[in-house]
Design a protein around this ligand. Structure first.
Ligand code: CA
Length: 304
């Protein structure tokens, strides 16, 4: 359970308990890089030829030292691209109150250039709430990169949205040995406080020594912010709107503290209630609530 601290290590554990309690395929394709740099190079010379091409990261928004590797700009209305996204389904972890649905428009859709994940109060499969959890599991995984997610968060007591990475080895290695990187976590009963946290075998909520930090934002619900992680060979760095606020270094002691040589996949979800999100109950008047995501971009380091 959370320590109650508002700085380091405050997201204690709750996030950690949610992992690995479902079947997952064990085979993944290796990391495949979209040749976005090539597309951009072509675009510079033939801008009108790209009308039918999938949108790519605008050149001005590529961070120095990185190149686009994978992204979703959510530019096509409808359901999320099944080539990029899969779903968690059902009631999974942390005693959360929502039922995660699969590709159900009420809970997930792309509209107006944004991915919308919507938590609703409605009876469904024995649960009182529905929501969605999108994963790249089986589609894409990474062992490094800069991850940028531009988002507006849901609001209100009982909300527990997250943008996070989980080790693909979870089913075999177990949690927390497989490693979890929480790029952004938020609970509605602690307004404005954004958590970035890492869980490993050496550092996790069970031992009350998980590593993390927080940033307080005035209005993460009505304003856009870019929640980012730089995952490098020997360190992880958390940034909001380009400003680094936490860093976790490989201490060289092995996989117990640095499981991040192995691939992880991305998860975007809104939980309702649960061990942490529901700590102060669920305000039933707030529904529906949405997490809006303008884009997810993953960049590859050009050089260190
Ligand atoms: Ca967009």
């Amino acid at each position: 359970m959370p320590t109650g601290n508002t700085s380091a290590a405050s997201s204690a554990g709750v996030s950690g308990t949610r992992s690995c309690n479902r079947d997952m395929p064990t085979i993944f394709r290796s990391v495949a890089l979209i040749p976005a740099a090539l597309v951009l190079a072509v675009a510079m010379h033939a801008p009108f030829a790209l009308a039918a091409e999938p949108p790519t990261v605008p050149a001005a928004e590529i961070p120095a030292g990185w190149e686009p590797a994978w992204s979703d700009e959510f530019s096509v209305d409808g359901m999320p691209d099944p080539a990029k996204w899969d779903y968690e389904v059902g009631r999974l972890r942390n005693n959360e109150a929502q039922y995660y649905t699969r590709a159900r428009r009420e809970n997930v859709r792309v509209e107006n250039g944004e991915l919308v994940i919507e938590a609703r109060k409605e009876a469904f499969e024995g649960a009182e709430y529905t929501s969605a959890s999108l994963v790249t599991l089986g589609k894409m995984q990474w062992t490094s990169g800069r991850f940028e997610v531009r988002a507006q968060l849901p609001k209100g007591r009982g909300m527990w949205p997250a943008i996070w990475l989980l080790g693909s080895s979870c089913p075999t290695a177990g949690w927390p040995r497989c490693g979890e990187i929480d790029i952004m976590e938020f609970v509605g009963h602690a307004p404005g406080i954004i958590h970035g946290t890492v869980h490993t075998e050496a550092y996790n909520h069970i031992k009350h020594n998980q590593k993390g930090a927080t940033v307080t934002l005035d209005d993460p619900h009505g304003t856009w912010h870019v929640y980012a992680l730089e995952w490098r060979a020997k360190d992880l760095r958390w940034l909001i709107d380009g400003r680094e606020y936490f860093r976790y270094d490989d201490d060289g002691s092995g996989v117990a503290s640095w499981p991040f040589a192995e691939p992880e996949y991305l998860i975007l979800n809104i939980a309702v209630g649960g061990a942490w999100g529901g700590q102060k109950g669920i305000d039933e008047t707030i529904f529906p609530q949405r997490m809006r995501i303008d884009y997810v971009r993953v960049f590859k380091r050009i050089s260190d």
